[in-house]
Design a protein around this ligand. Structure first.
Ligand SMILES: NC(=O)c1ccc[n+]([C@@H]2O[C@H](COP(=O)([O-])OP(=O)(O)OC[C@H]3O[C@@H](n4cnc5c(N)ncnc54)[C@H](O)[C@@H]3O)[C@@H](O)[C@H]2O)c1
Length: 366
């Protein structure tokens, strides 16, 4: 493998599939050789980006290609489980977009199918790789702020964009907003805390978005705002604050990690990280003197301009990790099991919102 080009096949070349094509074009020794998409407009737009790749409108013919080293599955969420078994006959390496699937049954099926699979299997949890986020995670894992007790993630952003066939307007296609969008944040929680969740409590609603839209006389049923609290096995707790009608926020994503020895804050898109350390021992302070600016450091994390359009650099670094795992025969950094956990947490949160009660992870897993 080391002395030749790594050949990719892509399933689904909508917004995300084309982002993969653009980002792969920046990486040496890889090429997108083929893609499949049932939609003519998506195929045309992808061909404009990569005219040398063969465009398929027939899934079975695409599956017959036997010269593909790595597959990217970037079709809508509800199609992943159905297509995967037919795609993997050549043991190709696989990067499967988040969320792995829209139900626990399908996510488990995928995770079981790919257990002991000979190729690299990587779930597309790329938020781990956004430069300020990976900087903050690295500091947390180095122990800079000691044992972590609390983690909060605030995502205040624009509504969901329109998608091909409007698939993302309905829970049955996405798994629900807390799966579709928030699997990223639940994955970050598990990854940062290095612990598995025990229970989830969520409160959310359809506040503002998509209420005036209609698709074959059906109105979208997806949440657009929620608070979700997750208790972890380690004793730590995490909270998600999601609002999808807050596009005028200064920052879209804010992550606060609080440990015994201090606090790490991470912000996007300003791409800044702040690390504040507590005094080694409780100081002899008088009221108003407890905040010591000399113990707070603000870091601007640079992002190369050519990769910034791929989710703030995250897609580029995700691909470097995937390629490194393939080339060096290493385990993936984001496994199918990680993908399964993030779906489990998202579905538990959706259930909690619907039933207005704490949901134990065990009851969702059964
Ligand atoms: N990692 C991330 O941050 C991130 C960001 C956006 C989307 N995604 C994921 O990527 C996937 C695609 O999302 P998108 O935003 O590109 O949506 P999209 O609607 O823009 O594109 C989806 C494409 O898949 C095609 N398609 C539909 N059914 C198909 C099938 N059975 N086989 C192959 N192609 C099919 C559609 O024609 C369309 O071109 C989803 O799973 C989504 O959750 C991930």
């Amino acid at each position: 493998m080391n002395d030749r080009i790594l050949r990719y096949g892509i399933v689904g070349v909508g917004l995300m599939g084309r982002e993969h094509i653009r980002i792969l074009s920046l990486i040496p020794n890889v090429e997108v050789a083929a893609f499949y998409d049932p939609d003519q407009t998506s195929r045309t737009q992808a061909s404009e980006l990569i005219p040398t790749a063969k465009a398929y409108d027939d899934f079975d013919k695409f599956c017959k290609r036997d010269d593909i080293d790595a597959l990217i599955i970037s079709s809508p969420n509800h199609t992943h489980a159905e297509m995967l078994p037919k795609l993997i006959h050549n043991n190709q390496h696989i990067l499967i977009e988040k969320p792995l699937a829209t139900s626990i049954k399908d996510a488990k099926m995928i995770s079981d199918l790919l257990h002991n699979y000979p190729g690299v299997v990587w779930t597309g949890m790329e938020y781990r790789y956004a430069p300020p986020v990976s900087y903050a995670i690295n500091e947390a894992h180095l122990g800079t702020i000691g044992q972590i007790h609390m983690l909060s993630i605030r995502e205040h952003r624009h509504p969901f964009l329109p998608k091909i066939g409007d698939w993302n307007r309905f829970n049955r296609n996405t798994g629900g907003t807390l799966v579709e969008k928030c699997c990223h944040f639940f994955d970050l929680m598990r990854f940062i805390l290095k612990s598995d969740p025990v229970s989830v409590f969520g409160s959310g609603s359809i506040g503002l978005n998509h209420k005036n839209e209609s698709y074959d006389s059906e109105t979208p049923d997806i949440l657009d705002n929620a608070f979700v609290i997750v208790d972890f096995d380690s004793g730590a707790r995490a909270m998600l604050d999601l609002c999808m009608f807050a596009e005028q926020s200064t920052e879209q994503t804010e992550i606060q990690i609080v440990g015994e020895a201090g606090k790490i804050e991470c912000r996007q898109p300003s791409s800044t990280v702040t690390i504040g350390l507590r005094e080694d021992s409780w100081p002899d302070w008088k009221l108003g003197d407890y905040r010591n600016p000399s113990r707070i450091k603000k870091i601007n994390v640079p992002i190369q301009s050519d990769i910034a359009s791929g989710h703030g650099g995250a897609t580029y670094y995700e691909h470097l990790g995937f390629i490194e795992a393939i080339m060096n025969n290493q385990p993936p950094q984001v496994t199918a099991d990680d993908g399964l956990w993030s779906v489990v947490m998202g579905l538990a949160a959706e259930k909690s919102v619907q039933e207005k009660r704490v949901v134990e992870i065990q009851e969702v897993l059964q």
